[in-house]
Design a protein around this ligand. Sequence first.
Ligand code: NAD
Ligand code: UDX
Length: 470
Amino acid sequence: MKIQNICCLGAGYVGGPTMSVIALKCPEIKVTVVDLNQARIDAWNDENLDNLPVYEPRLAEVVAEARGRNLFFSTDVDAAIDAADMIFIAVNTPTKTYGEGKGMAADLKFVELCARQIARIAKNDKIIVEKSTLPVRTAETLQTILESTGCGVHFEVLSNPEFLAEGTAIEDLFNADRVLIGGKQTPKGKEAIQALVDVYAHWLTPKQILTTNVWSSELSKLTANAFLAQRISSINALSALCEATEANVDEVANAIGTDSRIGPKFLKASVGFGGSCFQKDILNLVYLCRYFNLPEVADYWEQVIILNDYQKSRFAKNIISSLFNTVSDKKITFLGWAFKKDTNDTRESAAIYVADYLIEDGAQIHVYDPKVSEAKIKADMAYLWELKGLTEQKITSKLKQIFVYNTSMAALHQAHAVAVLTEWEEFKTYDWKTIYINMFKPAFVFDGRNILDSEQLTAIGFRVKGIGKG
Ligand code: NAD
Ligand code: UDX
């Protein structure tokens, strides 16, 4: 079976970049990305490529080449479903904020709505591809919903989890370590798997394309994220011990990373991992383990999250204790708000939790991030406080403790302390001598990413505290 028309439900951080790359690499396939969010679709269609809703290096050039040729963005979901022979579901699957499984389980309501809509609209056989990260055995639920209308259309459900990381999405898609495709081991299932393999084979080698059964594929995604996050929590746990013993966590990471069995990647100690995936997916894994009555396994993975929360609050507490046990009315400048460099995404960013902690202690938080807007920063804090049950009045009053700037120098002027929350390259290139002159003394730097030259800063006069530096 040769795919001619692809539709993707969800034009977010995954749907947008993945479909743009598929369209670029498969010029004979028409790719339509649809979303319910009109503003998001308008931004994807914006003439000015600086206004795309997702910031990713090289994304604009990919969109520029494919958009209008065989790549389209639309809100006409029904029409796109009707025309497609392969439908990707790339909608959000956040942690549930209500009811059964609140705070742990993945909220599958958006995925379920997609399945119902496909079942209602489809008039001919379709391959449905799970691109969203889903709990193991969701394909079974989807199949049941898709077949519930009894319209005689055949739906073949595949699992094809996405492994791209934000900030390197295009590079990751162009040159994936692997693409994983899970499907039923029936003749129709194998045919559907092959159809999707053929799409990726436009630019990836057979070695890069793995095929498995559906459940292994679904579970591999949660497992991959759990293992990656576990490495960060492991090195962050040891960063606390380094601080207590005058060992240097970067030296320890380097020393163990040269062991080829351990490897050097994902051992960078930090203020704590953020992003829309790690926490959500591990909580989901923990929930699944409890559901299947595996409490020891659940507790094991939950510790990765507990340690990450500890790391974020440890960083905030360290700022308070270093600033003579109070940050009340002090100006603390945050360099960076995004959860990592080269993205405008702030979901679960450590900055949000550190800011909350310091604001509770009376601090004035002054933020500069090259890609995140004032509106987004304030919305992030308001959302957290809403979840915590704060009144509207209290939220409005707390938001007055946050100030956002378009330039770093303005944000840093007359600050008591600087905290590096995101590892943007530009922070390394600043004129730190001038920054020092314009700050209150003693001037503190809390480097939550260990990116600054601490010796040079100390020579200038700063009091520097990195992560895991004794
Ligand atoms: P996102 O929130 O950026 O985008 C999801 C989009 O889906 C939103 O624009 C939303 O409006 C849209 N949507 C919701 N319901 C819809 C419907 N019924 N029809 C059409 N559109 C609908 O989310 P994301 O970051 O792109 O993540 C999507 C999925 O991919 C999640 O399951 C996530 O876990 C997974 N994932 C994300 C990443 C990442 O780096 N962000 C990486 C791998 C996997
Ligand atoms: C992650 C997975 O890497 C990706 O495969 C999956 O598809 C989605 O989830 P992402 O969250 O976009 O990707 O970025 P990632 O590079 O994994 O970073 C996640 C967080 O961990 C960031 O806050 C980052 O700063 C932090 N991190 C990463 C560290 O603190 N130390 C490290 O060594 C690596």
